[in-house]
Design a protein around this ligand. Sequence first.
Ligand code: LLP
Length: 422
Amino acid sequence: MTLPGSPHLAYRGPQLFVEGRSLNGLASEFGTPLYVYSKAAMLDALAAYQRALSGRDHLVCYAVKANSNLAVLQVFAQAGCGFDIVSSGELHRVLAAGGKPEKVVFSGIGKTRAEMRHALEVGVLCFNVESESELEVLSGVATELGRVARVSLRVNPDVDAGTHPYISTGLKGNKFGIAHERAVATYRRAAGLSGLEVVGIDCHIGSQITDTTPYLDALDRVLDLVEAVEAQGVPIHHLDLGGGLGITYTDEVPPSAEVLVRQLLARIDGRGHGHRKVVFEPGRSLVGNAGVLVTEVLYLKPGEQKNFCIVDAAMNDLARPAMYEAYMGIVPCARRDMPATRLDVVGPVCESGDWLGRDRDLAVVPGDHVAVLSAGAYGMSMASNYNSRGRAAEVLVSGEQAWLVREREDASALFKGEHLIT
Ligand code: LLP
């Protein structure tokens, strides 16, 4: 059986392996629920971007929100990656993992003054600014500190990325970016404010995009703006085309990063913009298929309308199914020679929305482990303590080696910082 996404996840006989380690072995060693990541899968995914970009002034800024574990950031930092952050917390993580501030772009529509100060003090590469009021506040903070904030404006190209409405960001009705019609005037304003230096333009149209067309449409709209802005005497050095490339969860067939980037570069060159630095902010496509969530089958509960497979991972560990009705593959960590049953795979949380997979055919018995696939992105980074469940442990595998890169939360971690009243 081939599994979506990564050659580093495969059955050897009945046992499912991530690189050189069996998931059942890791589950016995570290317990469940357990996130397991393949270092090789992450580096392969990055290499696809780097191959297409070689020989060109570029920066791949890994979108930290997809998976912010320090060891994951460390792997990317060591591979020369930059980072796309959306909070001071993410900046702290990047620096703790050995990332370089001069390779960090700071995105997000609601940066606070304190976050701006932090980013200016450490010297990030660029702020992706999303509104005129943000520009004014940033100018004030930078001037007060006696620093210069390099800025890109995130423009809203008004294209439909054809993805889930919650993760689509490039349409007019979205809260993101500066409207296309306002962009030139806003660039003029930026160029006139103290403490700011305009360096680039930025767009990000959504996530889990499986087609190159919306990217090319957005790029055309962005290049139109670059030409209009430069005609006003404001030079633009870099083009940041955001993240958003989709992965295979089930039967999606997204373009490879290499194909996408090559097509975008060809359009950039074709329109005479080949001298500009290009920046990408991929998250999901670098880590999504590099991770699985291993969980233990606690009970099988046959029902009149549905059979339930109750596992020890829940919506607090992996929110994507509950939140977006997202499909995530679920497979046994060791295959059994017995007929499969159609089941809903659900967690212990007291909500009917707490499911990980519906109508799945699985041959499992209590005590078995199953792996939720493609869980490397927006899995652990969206986990919560709902139902006072400690968050899962995380393990990073490289070949035969496995490091515990985040400890399982115990009771003391659960109410750290809370106080009884006197
Ligand atoms: N840049 C910006 C400005 C973003 O807002 C995002 C993601 C990215 C880059 C990275 O996008 P990616 O390459 O990962 O698609 N929780 C949702 C996805 C939310 C994406 C938010 N922004 C999910 O689980 O599907």
